[in-house]
Each structure stands twice: as structure tokens, then as C-alpha cells.
Design a protein around this ligand. Sequence first.
Ligand code: ADP
Length: 481
Amino acid sequence: MKVLAVASEMFPLVKTGGLADVTGALPTALAQRDVAVRTLIPGYPAVLGRVRNAVGVYSLPDLFGGHATVLAARVEGHEMLVLEAPHLFARPGNPYLAPDGQDWLDNAQRFAALAQVAAQIGLGAVPGFGPEIVHAHDWQAGLVMAYLHSAAARRPATVFTVHNMAFSGRFPARLLASLDLPPKSFRLDGVEFHGDISMLKAGLHYADRVTTVSPTYAAEIRTAAHGMGMDGVLRARGAAVSGILNGLDTVTWNPATDPALAASFDADHIDARAASKRALQELMGLAADPDAPLFGVVSRLSWQKGLDLLLQQVPTLLGHGAQLAVLGAGEPALQAGFEAAANAHPGTVGCVIGYDEAMAHLIQGGADALLVPSRFEPCGLTQLAAQRYGCVPVVARVGGLADTVIDANPMALAAGVATGVQFDRVDADGLRGAIGRAVALYRQPDVWRRMQRNGMAADVSWQGPATHYVTLFRELLASRA
Ligand code: ADP
């Protein structure tokens, strides 16, 4: 089976979050199941810098005001199609934001261009490549579904995966014609969303199948509380919407081989984590105390992640004799808040503002517990990495966090299956209680060790999820035959 994947980011070429992890790992897992994926991504400078021996396979003299070429290349083991369009993508740094931190003013055109080229490739524009399925990810690729829907020729089947409903790709209605969207698409049953164009809605409405990244999130987004205004659209799609959990790239994330750790370890040698805990304490300016419970955070700093609540709970951590190591970047107020907390509590709170892949690994391998107090979480990858690294996740019971952590409730402890701590109310009391429970469990070394082992034994790989995607693809193709 041939699949064209379309996304705005892909690990290890360009990454701002979990989307890149998924688009970077899923093709490899699918390849083992006879699904050959080629992935189209924009030719940002970081991407073009990694592309060697590229061949131009499709040329567009005028794509939204400039010349563009689709380059085919094999990069890091992936079959890539890279959209080289300097007028749209030759901009360093974050893929979506200008240096002033605001969205690029032409993001509508940039990602409509990506979508348009994807649709053309779906219809056969690249010689010798006829995908049976086009799999588009998130709002940046949402219009692919709309363009293919209105294509006259026999089109490939379409799957749209939403990684986060909070990002809707909303643009003014006046752009409709310039984005080559037919007037009739601007209605409730189309791309219209409260008087604007929503590229996310285009994906949700026009795709043959919609998936999101956990079963619980798939249910949550059908409700007003989590649907971000699109719950009605999703309910209308009925059984076409489903949830498939993300997996973790277990080669990149392997404590037995991870060069970012101070010492490698596996489930039989969990004590060896102590070296990474020490290294992390040193790096973050924390006291070199092997017994203090060390809580880690690896996260975008945003309201979604509930980290404002964590800032309020610094006194709770101090009261328990715990330490906190935060790695994150995002909202200026949160960045400033964690920097202030680190300054106020040297030796107990450490923070690094920025994006640092190696440090993320060291936190997973060195911290005792990982805090993920998200207000909503489509899937979440950090709690998967935490479990694989013997770092006990302490998570809000929402979305994918609910689906991937076994709470240390009395029954789970008695059965010896717990892997973490979940809490229900994402507020100050809820988080305070969860921190207290985690510390109490940490102070029972046998119980804690069992939780670490359970987490490390859990299958967080792409094996299961990839099988679900293949089943979905097969069923979809069979339904159109
Ligand atoms: P989201 O996609 O909402 O940001 P996920 O948990 O799904 O959240 O994925 C986040 C990914 O980004 C993980 O691989 C995590 O390790 C990584 N990450 C997040 N923040 C940082 C950071 N500051 N430095 C390094 N890696 C980070």
C-alpha cells in the first residue's frame, strides 16, 4: 500500500512538538507492515540543509507567487518529498512564527500551498508515485482534504489526523478565492467556522476518516468542553472519527543506549539511574541529594499544560523536601515564573528555558517523577518516554494521559500493575494531592521500584498503534472498492 503523508514538521528534520515525533516514527512502523509512506513537508532551511542528492520531481512555475519545486530524497531513512518554495519557507527558526513571536502574516498561503501541492501529488503529479491514501496531519495540512474533495479526477482515499484541537488554522473569509477554495465550500458544511476559514475544520469535515491520537481524546472532543467549537462537526462525522494512540520511537528513546544519559540502564539495573539523577542535579544547580524526590518537567510552557498550577505548588514541593527540574519554552509569563522560582529557591528548583533534546532525555532518565498536569492532552508523549525511562509519571486524568498511565490506586497497587499517579481535578488542590501521593509512594522504595518496573515493561512502542492504522487504511480502501 502506498501512502502520501503530509505534515508541517517531522522529527528529526524539524520539530516543535509531538506532531513531529509521530510523523517521524509512524512511517518506519508502517513500513514493517507493507505500507510505504512518502512524506511531504515544507522546505524550511533546516530541512533543506539535511537533504542530500535530492532530485526535482515536480515543478510549479507559480505557487502562490513564486516558483516551487518538489524534491525527492531519502533522508534519515525516510522517503521524503520536500516542497522547496523559497518565497514561502526560506525562513529560519520556528516554522510558524516570525522573529517577533507572532504568526507569519502569510501562514494561510504557506500552508495552503503545502496542501495544494499535496493534493496534486495525490492525484499523480509525481511520476511513478500513485498513493492510494493521503494522510494529512493537523490544520497545516487540513486543506489537502478540501482540495481533494473537490477534485474531479478519481482521488485517493483520505485520512486526517488531528493532534491538537486547540490549533484551528483560522483565517479571514476574504482569502477564500485566493486560496483556490470554491465559494460553495464556505458554509457550515465546509470550511466555514464562525465567519472565518478554518483549515482544521476542512480536515475534519472533508476527510474520509478522521483520527485523533487517543481514544479518550476522541471521545472528549465530541463534547463542548473539549471540542473547541468543533464538537458538532465531530459528532456529525459519527463513526468516521476514531482514536489511535501515539507510540514512542523506542530507538531514539532507549535508556540502554541513550548517549544523553550519564549511565545507561535497563529494567534490571534501575539503580544505574542514580548517575543521571546526579548529572541532572548538577546541570540544574540542584543540591546533590540522592534521596530527595526529584520531579521533572519537559514541556511547552502553555496554558494547556497546566504549568501555572505547578508554579503555585512550588511551596508544596519544598514542604515535601522535593526538587524540581523544568525544561521548557513558551509563554513569556510562564518562562519568567519558572526562572523566578529557580532564583528564589536555588538548590531546590532548577529551570532551563529553551528547547534541548539531550536535556529532555536526561530529565527522563534522571528525575524520579515527571509532572504532566495538562488541562487537556490529546495523547502526550512525555509520559510514554517517562515510563520507558523508569521516571514515574504524575499526570492529569485527561486525553491520552488517561489512556496510557495506570494510576496507583489501591487495587492497582494490590495487583502490582500501577505505573504512575493520575489526578482528576486539574486545579491547585488536585495537583497538590497528586504531588503528595507521589512523594508518599516514593518513600516506599519497594512500591516505587515496582511502579518503575511496570512502566519500563509497558509497550509504549509503535507496534500496536501502527497495526491500528493499517487496519483503518485497509478498511477504508475496502469500503471504496
Ligand atoms: P505537545 O506536542 O503538546 O508539545 P507531547 O507530549 O505530545 O506535547 O510532545 C512533546 C514532545 O516535545 C516530546 O517529545 C518532548 O520530549 C518534546 N519537548 C517538549 N518541550 C521540550 C523542550 N523544551 N526541550 C526538548 N524537548 C521538548
